[in-house]
Design a protein around this ligand. Structure first.
Ligand code: GDD
Ligand code: MN
Length: 356
């Protein structure tokens, strides 16, 4: 069995966790795969030191990527064991349940065993009021919108048959926190699921990485699964940033024409440059924050983004003209052009600017 441990700034937690795993899994063949997103606190050094003393420890260090779900997916796919578990590094999950989870899978009673806070015997008392409310609300939304019949689909603690996970993996989102919800929704009822209760403890050291952006990722996941992966949050964010760009463009054009003042052609150029720059920065900050470009890569990305958008503009105008030629309805032609432009910019940005 492989135990996947996603880590970001968990330097002080990984050794206690490893010691507890040793106790809880005595007599079982297991390994621990730590997936660290290049934590600035040097978590991977601590993991490597553990690995030097015990060959059951492995470390995957990811550079230029962030995200709990993506880290779990990479860790699971790096395993060759028949069963894989995911457990948080901060000791909030109950590692003593792992042997029981494994037993259920081995006995063929389930494909997926979930450590559940919201069934009889489980609890999440360590949550403050605010977080408890948010968790309950998100769980309700997920269950209703996606018709999921699991008490704790947002748990970060579970064990699954690797082969079943492998089948689902190509459709899973690497953004956000909710990998379990994604697995359940993507499987469309094809997994036999068993929940076992556990008590969600308090964090040992450090602090939670769950922020308001994670809420956004959650909504995106629900939306994507609800529309059968047709609409993604990334695309919606990209389109939203594009609309903000339109506003920036008009404000820039007005200021340049009226205040500076600069002739129309130059003003239009300035406004376009301004809008593309702000679109790039916003997309880097929001839409692609899990693979944010940093340092020297920003300039290169910006120049590529200019190029992508310039061609996108040609595509926009081209489509608008050809629609207008067939049917001279200005708004229809304009909308078709804009749609072409945003789809082009989105697809090409993903390929060239924020490529994986
Ligand atoms: N590699 C990697 N990359 N690991 C991450 C990242 C990341 O970007 N963000 C968080 N982690 C790791 C943390 O280091 C920790 O081991 C684990 O993922 C959970 O992160 P926390 O920041 O402790 O999350 P939480 O305690 O607020 O949320 C947990 O409980 C929720 C249930 O309410 C998680 O298990 C959630 O998945 C779960 O939904
Ligand atoms: Mn935690």
């Amino acid at each position: 069995m492989s135990v996947i441990v996603p880590t970001f700034n968990e330097r002080d937690n990984v050794t206690p966790l490893f010691q507890r795993l040793q106790v809880a899994l005595a007599g079982i063949a297991w390994e621990a795969v730590f997936v660290d997103d290049n934590s600035p606190d040097g978590t991977s050094d601590v993991v490597r030191a553990l690995a030097a003393g015990d060959s059951r420890v492995r470390c995957i260090r990811r550079i230029g990527r962030r995200g709990l779900s993506g880290a779990c997916i990479e860790g699971i796919l790096a395993s060759s064991a028949p069963y894989v578990a995911v457990i948080d590094a901060d000791l909030q999950h109950d590692e003593t349940q792992l042997a029981k989870m494994l037993g259920l899978l081995q006995a063929g009673q389930a494909d997926l065993v979930i450590g559940s806070r919201y069934i009889e015997g489980g609890s999440a008392d360590s949550f403050n009021k605010h977080r408890a409310g948010a968790s309950a609300l998100a769980t309700e939304v997920a269950k209703r919108v996606l018709r999921i019949d699991v008490a704790d689909p947002m748990s970060g603690f579970f064990m699954i048959r690797r082969e079943r996970f492998e089948q689902l993996a190509p459709q899973l989102s690497t953004q956000g926190f909710k990998i379990l919800l994604d697995v359940i929704a993507t499987a469309h009822g094809a997994l036999r699921i068993v929940e076992i209760p556990y008590t969600f403890a308090s964090r040992l050291h450090g602090e939670s990485k769950l922020d308001s952006m994670v809420m956004l990722d959650f909504l995106g996941l629900v939306l994507a699964k609800f529309t059968n992966d047709i609409v993604s949050l990334r695309f919606l964010l990209f389109a939203m940033v594009g609309s903000i760009g339109l506003v920036v463009h008009f404000v820039g054009l007005y200021v340049s024409l009226e205040v500076l003042p600069v002739p129309f052609a130059e003003s239009q150029g300035i406004a376009a440059l301004l809008a593309m720059t702000s679109n790039f920065l916003l997309n880097n900050f929001l839409t692609y924050r899990d693979q944010r470009l940093k340092g020297a890569r920003i300039l290169r990305g910006l120049l590529l983004f200019y190029l992508v958008c310039s061609v996108g503009l040609l595509a926009n105008v081209g489509v608008a003209f050809s629609v207008y030629n067939q049917q001279p309805i200005w708004w229809l032609a304009g909308a078709a052009g804009a749609l072409m432009g945003v789809v082009w910019n989105y697809a090409m940005s993903g390929l060239f600017v924020w490529r994986k």
